[in-house]
Design a protein around this ligand. Structure first.
Ligand code: SPQ
Length: 425
């Protein structure tokens, strides 16, 4: 993908549906009674992987142009798949479905692409085994392929070493099938879509600070889910509007759940012009329109409990930092190393290639901003967030940039390049 510097970006944009909520709408719908109707579902490769996994578990799912219909099988209605389940590139699919499979009375094999086969699964294998499931990493390396034999589960009180919504969600989903109460305590609060949505589907879920609890459940009930726009996708347009001189962008219908909105706080801390308009609630999630305009940014320190609320936005925040005056420090973000790529290394490689002063750290990075970035050949490392972050950097740099493997944006935002080009005037 070739990207040239662009003039001012102006106008309105509606980004696609939230990836985390889209996945969960299929999964929770699949184990509910009745039909779940999902609108504004994200038609990205990751969410399509979730659909195909549940189809292989015997769930009928209709993907029509305006909505998804999940014909739920109930809590005990999934059937043993004939084939291996393929989660593609999706960590969310792999870890959350493992929690559901832990409660099924059959054996399933689950795998994914080369990236998924390197991502750590011990973090779910351990708690789900403690609950009574039999989970084997077939290559004995703590990664997929996983062979999961579910069975009789017992609730646990689990203190997670990482703030991870995927770990928390896997345990809570297994907790639906367990005897007694299941609790997950996190070091910092991760995104809470599972807790909010499962409650909507009829589960007994409570949350207090960093502890989420769930009771076993006989039945969930199909719902109507109107998926809000994905703040992680909106983040690229927020950044483009802030960085490109003369820009003013209105990004409509964006989910601003407080466990996801760290990027908005960082933009304000960096001196960005950002206005939150028309705040409302949609499907139990807070939603707003976001107005940004070109701004002179300054550095910030990003650390501590805010990290889980912006973990996927750190690549684009690093791009903002490259254009900001001063030294930006990002720390407490070692989780970046185990995403679709090692995002500490891949952000460092890309920004260095464009002329930025960046030093990787074991748990983050230090960026001295303010140098004019130049076009470069950037390896996306098949990581959608890296490709989109550097597409935005390229728009604000001098000279042309090539993003190798740029088609990986299909994972979370199939129309990304067209939407970006459509705002240029
Ligand atoms: O699904 P996947 O591949 O893990 O996707 C990513 C992303 O950048 O899109 C992470 F690489 O998002 C995760 C996120 O980082 C989605 C997610 C969720 O929906 O529960 C939670 C976060 O991961 P984690 O490991 O912190 O729970």
């Amino acid at each position: 993908m070739q990207i040239k510097p662009t003039g001012p970006l102006k106008g309105e944009i509606t980004v696609p549906g939230d990836k985390s909520i889209s996945h969960r709408s299929i999964m929770f719908g699949a184990i509910s009674e009745g039909t779940t109707e999902v609108t504004n579902f994200l038609q990205g490769a990751d969410c399509l992987s979730t659909i195909s996994c549940f189809q292989r578990l015997g769930v009928s799912i209709e993907n029509t142009p305006d909505k998804i219909l999940v014909h739920g099988k109930g809590m005990r209605g999934l059937t043993a798949p004939v084939q291996t389940l393929d989660a593609g590139n999706s960590g969310t699919t792999t870890r959350l479905i493992s929690g559901i499979l832990a409660g099924q009375p059959f054996t399933t094999t689950l795998t994914g692409d080369a990236s998924i086969q390197k991502r750590p699964m011990k973090r779910i294998m351990e708690p789900l085994s403690l609950m009574g499931a039999d989970i084997v990493s077939e290559k004995n390396n703590g990664c997929a392929p996983l062979r999961i034999t579910g069975g009789k589960l017992a609730g646990i009180r689990y203190t997670s070493p990482v703030a991870s919504a995927q770990v928390k969600s896997a345990i809570l989903l297994a907790g639906l099938y367990a005897e007694g109460k299941t609790q997950v305590i996190e070091p910092a609060l991760s995104r809470n879509h599972t807790e909010l949505m499962l409650k909507g589907f009829g589960a007994t879920v409570t949350s207090e600070q960093n502890t989420a609890s769930i009771l076993p459940c006989e039945q969930l009930y199909g719902q109507k889910v109107a998926v809000p726009g994905d703040i992680s996708s909106a983040a690229y347009f927020l950044a483009a509007g802030l960085l490109i001189p003369g820009s003013e962008l209105l990004i409509k219908n964006v989910g601003i759940n407080p466990t996801r909105d760290g990027i908005l706080k960082v933009i304000r801390a960096m001196g960005g012009n950002l206005t939150i308009l028309n705040e409302r609630t949609s499907a139990g999630e807070p939603v707003a329109d976001l107005l940004v305009s070109h701004s002179s940014l300054h550095a910030a320190t990003i650390e501590g409990d805010i990290i889980p609320s912006l973990i996927d936005e750190i690549p684009i925040i690093a791009v903002l930092a490259a254009f900001a005056q001063g030294v930006t420090i990002i720390r407490d973000a070692a989780e970046l190393k185990v995403k679709e790529s090692d995002r500490i290394q891949t952000v460092t490689a890309g920004l260095s290639a464009m002329g930025c002063d960046i030093t990787p750290q074991p748990d983050g990075m230090i960026i001295t901003g303010g140098r004019q970035l130049h076009g470069a050949v950037i390896d996306s490392f098949a990581d959608h967030r890296i490709a989109m972050s550097f597409a935005v950097a390229a728009c604000a740099a001098q000279g042309e940039t090539t993003i190798q493997g740029g088609e990986c944006v299909n994972i979370s935002y199939p129309g990304f390049y067209a939407d970006l080009a459509g705002l240029s005037h």
